[in-house]
Structure formats: structure tokens, C-alpha cells
Write a protein that binds this ligand. Structure first.
Ligand code: MRU
Length: 341
């Protein structure tokens, strides 16, 4: 994907939200149009749109959609507030979703409904544009940390598809590639929903960046063999003491530490939750169907219980640096100055 290719955008003609349906990749590239808050919530729950920064934009567009579709001036404030709460509950872990929703809500506080509709759309569009800027800056700042020649391991998809465009972890990789660095990527497939295989491998091969796909449990052995020079992942939430990201990230961080391999986290400051600690955060747990079957075939006997956390927490002492759009942060980490507005 180029920086001009968007994952999610506002359609002025119809006052609707357009997005790539990520559940269809890599088989087909399908763009869908969303015209109601209910359908947007469904798209978020089913991961048609996913990835922390993209969820921030989706939440913002959701409030705008609610505002522009509200026909009653008398019920405007309560309708938009109820829709915002409904959207907020769709996925609890990525802080960007609530952040995007709140930013649009704040921008329309105490405004008459006609004006609020205009400001809601404008603020939401600005969030999408700012996300692009953040990714470009973060990518540029982070690229210098990547080797001139080498192999980078990544997990899940922190690419253009997880943002408005360009990506965070993959933004660093794209920028490094543009600078002429000869890097190749190991993309962990990311069970159970295969964001690494379906999305990261698709994005990178599309951009002619060398990428090899592995099953998640291959990573430790490749590190042991000296085949990985560094790890770069994204984040769904950065608290005072931990990084929340796709399940499996913690395992890679421990292995990287054991093998003396740098472990980098690419996260725009919209992902920072400066007052929270790990214990405060709800980690989304998803359904049995995601792990009790593979390619439509049942792989687990009936009645066997499952655990399906969508994310895990990596303590900050395993993180070599956090790359943001503002600066690169090194240990000892103090994120208090990155409070969001
Ligand atoms: O469940 P998903 O696909 O929304 O999980 C996404 C991730 O874990 C990403 O790594 C994270 O959101 C960072 S995206 C820049």
C-alpha cells in the first residue's frame, strides 16, 4: 500500500464511512460503505476494521455518523451520547477507540445540532489526517533504529491497514525501505485470526518489501539461530508499566530479551494511557469459534473449554524503546508528559 492508499475514510457525498473490509484479505480487496452506527459497531466487532489507530478513526467517524443521521434536534445530545457509548463498548483494549470517540464528543459540546453535525465531521476527518501525519513522523523517526542490512520480526498487523495509512511498526519498516535499507521481514502469522499472514504479508508483498511468513511458535527458534536482528511491534495501549498488544507479543519480548535482541514498540501518543497501570485494563476475550475450528474444520473436541485473550501485556522492562511521532523514548520510561488532549 502506498501512503495515498487509505484504510478508512469519510464519504462527503453520502455522509457515510468507507473502509477496506479486512476480513476479505488477502483473497480480495473489497471496500464497503457504512451508513449506520449499528453497522459500524458490527464492523468493529467482526474486525472488518481493526488495529488501534484505525479504531480511533472509526470511533471518531462513528460519532460523526450518529450526529449527521440524527433527525431530531430535541434528542440530538442524548442520541449521540448513547451511540458513542454503544461504540465504546465494542472493543475494550485499544485506547484509541475511546480516545477518538471522546475527541469528537468534546468538539461538539454545547453546540446547536446543525453546527455540531458540521464540527463532528470536521473533527473526525482531522483525526484521520493527524493519524497519517503521526505514522509518517513515527516511521521516519523509527527507521533509523532499524539495521542497514538485516531481518526484522513483527507480530500481528501494525501496518497501513491498522491505521489511516502507512502504519506504525510497518511505517518504520516502509520508511527504512524507502531510505534504501536492505531489510527483510519475518511476519508471525498471528493465531487465531492471522492478521500477520493475511494482512502484514499482503501489505508488504504489495510494496515489494521482502517478507517471509512463519507460524508464531517458530519465532524463538529463529532468534536462537541468530536469524532475527530486532523485533518491532505496534501497541493497542501503553500504560505506565506495560504495552498491550496482540496476544503473543509478550512471548516474543521474553525471547528477544533472552537472545539480546532489541524489542521496539511503535506507538503514536494517541495510544498512551498515562494514568493507567496494567491491572486497570480490560483485555478483550473473544469467542470459542475463533480457536475451535481451522479453515472451517472443527479442531477441538466438543466440551473442551478455551481461553482466547485477544491481547497480552508486556512489562516495560522488556522494551528497548518506544517510538512515537514526537520522539523515541528510552528506559527508564516515564510517559506522564504524553497526556492526550
Ligand atoms: O485485534 P486487532 O487486529 O485489532 O489487533 C491489532 C493489534 O494488536 C495491533 O498490533 C495494534 O493495534 C497496533 S496497530 C498500529
Amino acid at each position: 500500500m502506498t501512503k495515498e492508499t487509505k484504510t478508512i475514510w469519510w464519504n462527503d457525498e453520502n455522509n457515510s464511512v468507507m473502509m477496506i473490509d479486512q476480513t476479505k484479505l488477502p483473497i480480495e480487496l473489497v471496500v464497503i460503505e457504512i451508513t449506520s452506527v449499528e453497522r459500524l459497531a458490527e464492523a468493529i466487532c467482526h474486525l472488518e476494521i481493526r488495529g488501534a489507530p484505525a479504531l480511533g478513526v472509526a470511533g471518531a467517524f462513528g460519532v460523526a455518523l450518529s450526529a449527521v443521521s440524527c433527525v431530531s434536534d430535541a434528542k440530538f445530545v442524548e442520541t449521540v451520547a448513547a451511540d458513542a457509548e454503544f461504540l465504546r463498548r465494542t472493543r475494550p483494549t485499544a485506547v484509541n477507540l475511546a480516545w477518538g470517540i471522546d475527541k469528537v464528543l468534546r468538539s461538539i459540546e454545547n453546540l446547536p445540532s446543525e453546527m455540531a453535525k458540521f464540527f463532528a465531521v470536521m473533527t473526525a476527518k482531522n483525526i484521520a489526517v493527524d493519524d497519517e501525519k503521526c505514522c509518517m513522523l513515527l516511521g521516519y523517526k523509527g527507521a533509523s533504529l532499524l539495521p542497514q542490512n538485516g531481518t526484522v520480526l513483527t507480530h500481528c498487523n501494525a501496518g497501513a491497514l491498522a491505521c489511516s495509512t502507512w502504519g506504525t511498526a510497518l511505517g518504520m519498516i516502509r520508511s527504512a525501505h524507502k531510505m534504501g535499507k536492505k531489510i527483510s521481514i519475518i511476519s508471525c502469522e498471528t493465531r487465531p485470526l492471522l492478521q500477520g499472514a493475511r494482512l502484514t504479508a499482503w501489505e508488504l508483498s504489495h510494496d515489494n518489501i521482502p517478507v517471509t511468513s512463519i507460524i508464531d511458535s517458530e519465532a524463538a527458534y529463529l532468534m536462537r539461530q541468530g536469524k532475527i536482528d530486532c523485533v518491532v511491534v505496534g501497541a493497542d495501549r501503553v500504560t505506565k508499566d506495560a504495552i498491550f498488544n496482540k496476544i503473543g507479543t509478550y512471548m516474543h519480548a521474553i525471547c528477544a530479551k533472552h537472545h539480546n535482541i532489541p524489542f521496539y514498540v511503535a506507538a503514536p501518543t494517541s495510544t498512551f494511557d498515562v494514568d493507567a497501570v496494567e491491572a486497570d485494563i480490560t483485555v478483550e476475550e473473544r469467542g470459542r469459534d475463533e480457536i475451535a475450528a481451522f479453515f472451517g474444520k472443527t479442531t477441538l473436541p466438543d466440551g473442551v473449554p478455551i481461553i482466547n485473550h485477544a491481547f497480552d501485556a508486556t512489562p516495560l522492562d522488556l522494551v528497548t524503546a518506544i517510538i512515537t511521532e514526537k520522539c523515541v523514548i528510552y528506559p527508564p520510561y516515564d510517559i506522564s508528559s504524553f497526556r492526550q488532549t
